[in-house]
Design a protein around this ligand. Structure first.
Ligand SMILES: Cc1cc2nc3c(=O)[nH]c(=O)nc-3n(C[C@H](O)[C@H](O)[C@H](O)COP(=O)(O)O)c2cc1C
Length: 141
């Protein structure tokens, strides 16, 4: 089974978690980067509202063809109770008919059930199937 891990990380924790996972399960790994690196305050005031509304953000161009993978793992930090907006960019790149797993790396919060439902339904709209959603609390790096 061929697996791809696609992630966004602001402070490095999600990156560290995904790097380890990629080695462990022998997956290909791809990093999404935002066009500009905003300050914490910038993220709080302009990116968190996007996270809450499940909107995309401006990302650096990435040449990503996920159609050759059987399973796709998406990972992002939790911002304002939702995945950071770059996660929503990843979802737009999903081909249909794939198995998708989600890992959300948080500062201690767990995803509320209603937020999880919204994230899973965004994925289902692509025609892929969200098979697992895991909150990872307090990654130590
Ligand atoms: C703008 C912003 C919003 C955040 N919102 C939350 C939150 O709602 N709940 C939570 O548990 N952690 C929150 N955090 C903490 C991050 O989810 C946590 O530090 C995560 O591990 C960071 O991953 P990263 O190092 O890959 O960016 C927030 C962090 C930032 C920068």
């Amino acid at each position: 089974m061929k697996t791809a891990i696609v992630y966004y990380s602001y402070g490095g924790k999600t990156k560290k978690y995904c790097d380890n996972m990629a080695k462990e399960i022998e997956a290909d790994i791809f990093e999404m980067q935002t066009l500009k690196r905003k300050s914490f305050i910038g993220n709080l005031f302009s990116e968190c509202p996007k996270a809450l509304q499940q909107k995309t953000t401006s990302i650096k161009e990435i040449n990503l063809d996920l159609s050759t993978y059987d399973k796709i793992i998406l990972a992002a930090p939790m911002w304002a109770g939702f995945p950071a907006p770059a996660f929503n960019n990843m979802v737009t790149m999903l081909p249909s008919g794939k198995e998708v797993e989600v890992f959300i790396i948080s500062g201690g919060g767990e995803t509320k059930p209603e937020n999880k439902e919204k994230v899973l339904s965004l994925i289902e709209k692509t025609g892929s199937k969200a098979i697992k959603y895991t909150d990872i609390l307090n990654v130590n790096i």
